[in-house]
Design a protein around this ligand. Sequence first.
Ligand code: GAL
Length: 355
Amino acid sequence: MKRGKKDRTGAAAAFRRAGILGAAVLGACALAGGCKGAEEAAKDSIRIGISLYRGDDTFINNIRQELEKCAKAYEQDTGIKVHLDIEEAKGNQYTQNNQVERFIALDCDVLCINPVDRTAASAVIDKAMAGNVPVVFFNRQPVEEDMNRWDELYYVAVSAKESAVLQGQIVVDSYREEPSLLDADGDGVISYALLEGESSHQDSLIRTEWSIQTLKDAGVPIERITGGIANWERSQASALMEQWLVQYPDMIELVICNNDDMALGAIDAMERAGVSGIQVVGIDGTTPGLQAVESGRMMGTVSSDKEAYAQAIFTIAADKALGRNVAEDIALEDGKYYNCPQKIVKYIKNSYKNE
Ligand code: GAL
């Protein structure tokens, strides 16, 4: 989609949608022609090094696509050329560390890092500090101690607790509207299975805890049948669900999933086994996740605003590359954290039938 000069406010509009209001919200993309400082005027191109923990993660790929759109829009708006060097670390921290070294050798102005091992961000930080290259981490949160090592470190994500509370709310609302949808056998209790992401990921633990807590707080009667770790992956979730359908026949009424890909994996297994009537909830609002909700195969998901997410990463990166004051363009918590907005997406017709 082409974005002409008249559309310069697109980024700011995205931030307004994101709930960050007023003057604090002029995204870097929206700052067309606004770079008046001598240092800024001198720069006609910026180089951003991006490393993704894996290239085959659906949600991360959605963010990558939005980042590429941001860069294009920014070039059109400002005339400043944006070089995005995007690498995939294939789940290997050592590979990612080498990518960081290469980015610095290539003279990248700023790095955007989706860490493989969030507890091992110190190696990335060491290299960035030595090369004096600011870092915007995203999605996999470095420990606070690491984040506090340098004032040129930022972190963009969605709040795991908020995702979980909203996910719990989908179930609470559906149960209140139509209890039989979730309590299919009518025994007064929702029997659920849980699919969790990587055990080392901050989102897995927090999402699991708060999703269940939200149901308990609302007084929804629940009983855990089983659960397992599927590492965010559709195929792993599908294999687990296939096993559970055999192990717990006619017992599972709801599958609570830490993300959409695992929810889709559970649905794949149900479809293969010809099982219907089990409700499934996810988190992310990925493209296939939203399609599954729209078609009624998934009861609901919590969709993060990917445009605002990528815009936040890009705004910080572009500001850093141009020597601008980030605080003028985006409201950050503690001067370094940004949480992207998210919302509930729910299947409207309360009659999920997988037939
Ligand atoms: C989570 C997301 C998952 C996966 C993971 C990767 O926040 O919900 O789908 O992308 O990050 O770190």
